[in-house]
Design a protein around this ligand. Structure first.
Ligand code: HSE
Length: 440
């Protein structure tokens, strides 16, 4: 059978990785796919194709529409990222009856419902394994391997850059900006690195995972986002003293009221495997009713790890080229006409435990006043630490740092309690709050 011809949009870190992996493993990939796969047409701003990527016979263009309109191309691989021109290119490729592979999580999270509807209408596939957790085959695991289960919840470290920054800061005391620059140089970070540190990139990925886990339309706009830039070294240390590591987690949970879909720094018991996932590695913990917990671990960013998922999608599509469109795995795991309208909950409705840190006057009755406010809000305390200021010149003077862990509580009730605590004259500054998940 003649080889499948692929059009590649973008020859950056992941595009070069894709060409490299397709070249290096060409023979094994062909044995798996049932036919060869060649990159026939490449859109890149480079004036010529680099040597050593196996692209010596490929055509090159600076206009990506040349590729999506090329009648010889069966599969378009979109690696531009971002909104436009990626969206127009993908929609045009679909209109032209081409299958699409994309690593673009923003595109899928924000425009996926529209893109999949168009693909369904044209009988083509849009594959996006590489959009979530780099090289980890989590989309395939959720969509196929776990399809027997009702998914109760999932929690993931799904931004490699953020995890790399947190790990380097914790283990080597490195400066935030310095580690971020290294992540950019290594090709981990987004074009706009605030997407990594403010939780936007993880939010895109979580919206995709949540949709596939629970059979709901993609709803990135309803995802609660909180980044890592506010995490202080002292919180990392106090959390450690209490037996926890702080990780930036994306959490999606099915409750009787609706779906929790949230990204934020989280204290996790150190004994959980996922609490020990460091560096650029990602991990997604999925809890299914039949299987229980499953942990999916691997490199979350970088050229070849992400290319591993891109090429797997190309192989999957190649195998499916002759299959009946009606019998393919649905884009969002559930049949398109069977998605549920169960709501994504506002953050005030979620249930979680909290770590609180505050500075208060070191006087009789202060702790009692604070715990009374918590008690009045039905908030039960799990653990308590008090640290005297160790600086003679501490401002304000005669203060202590109070650290509390609460039991699971409604977030709205916690907001009310924090407002009341911050209004106390004996409390100075804001209350630092970090959510705590047992993941048991
Ligand atoms: N910027 C992303 C990350 C790349 O660091 O995880 C992979 O999606």
């Amino acid at each position: 059978m003649s080889p499948v011809k692929v059009g590649l949009l973008g020859l950056g870190t992941v595009g070069s990785g894709t060409a490299t992996v397709l070249k290096r493993n060409a023979e094994e990939i062909a044995r798996r796919a049932g036919r060869g796969i060649i990159i026939d047409h490449v859109a890149t701003s480079k004036s010529e194709l680099p040597q050593g990527l196996g692209l010596s016979n490929s055509r090159i263009t600076t206009d990506p529409f040349d590729v999506v309109n090329d009648p010889d191309i069966s599969i378009v691989v979109e690696l531009y990222g971002g909104d436009e021109p990626a969206k127009s290119l993908v929609m045009q490729a679909i209109s032209n009856g081409k299958h699409v592979v994309t690593a673009n999580k923003a595109l899928i999270a924000i425009h996926g419902n529209e893109i999949f509807a168009h693909a369904q209408e044209k009988g083509v596939l849009v594959a996006f394994e590489s959009a979530v957790a780099g090289g980890i085959p989590i989309i395939k695991a959720l969509r196929e391997g776990l399809s027997a289960n009702k998914i109760n919840w999932l929690a993931g470290i799904i931004n490699g850059t953020g995890n790399f920054i947190l790990t380097e800061m914790r283990d080597k005391g490195r400066d935030f900006q310095d580690v971020l620059e290294e992540a950019q140089a290594l090709g981990y970070a987004e074009a706009d690195p605030t997407f990594d540190v403010e939780g936007v990139d993880a939010g895109h990925k979580l919206a995709i995972l949540s949709s596939i886990a629970f059979g709901i339309p993609l709803q990135f706009g309803k995802t609660y986002l909180e980044g890592i830039s506010t995490i202080a070294k002292e919180d990392v240390d106090y959390a450690s003293e209490l037996g926890y590591n702080i990780k930036h987690l994306g959490i999606a949970r099915q409750t009787s009221q609706g779906i929790e879909q949230r990204v934020h720094p989280t204290l996790i018991p150190k004994k959980r495997l996922i609490a020990n996932v460091d560096g650029v590695m990602n991990a997604v913990l999925v809890h299914g009713d039949a299987v229980g917990p499953t942990l999916h671990y691997g490199a979350g960013a970088g050229g070849e790890p992400t290319a591993s998922a891109v090429v797997a999608d190309i192989v999957d599509i190649t195998r499916a080229l002759t299959s009946d469109p009606e019998n393919r795995v649905p884009h969002l795991a559930f049949q398109a006409d069977s998605l549920s309208d169960v709501p994504v909950l506002p953050v005030e409705s979620i249930q979680t435990a909290f770590y609180l840190r505050l500075t208060a006057l070191d006087e009789p009755g202060v702790v009692a006043t604070i715990t009374q406010i918590l008690g009045d809000g039905d908030i039960s305390i799990e653990a308590f630490l008090q640290k005297q200021s160790n600086r003679a010149d501490a401002e304000p003077a005669n203060t202590a740092t109070i650290i509390l862990l609460t039991k699971v509580v409604n977030e709205g009730k916690m907001n009310d309690a924090i407002t009341k605590i911050e209004a106390l004259s004996v409390v100075s500054g804001n209350v630092t709050r970090i959510r705590v998940e047992s993941l048991s």
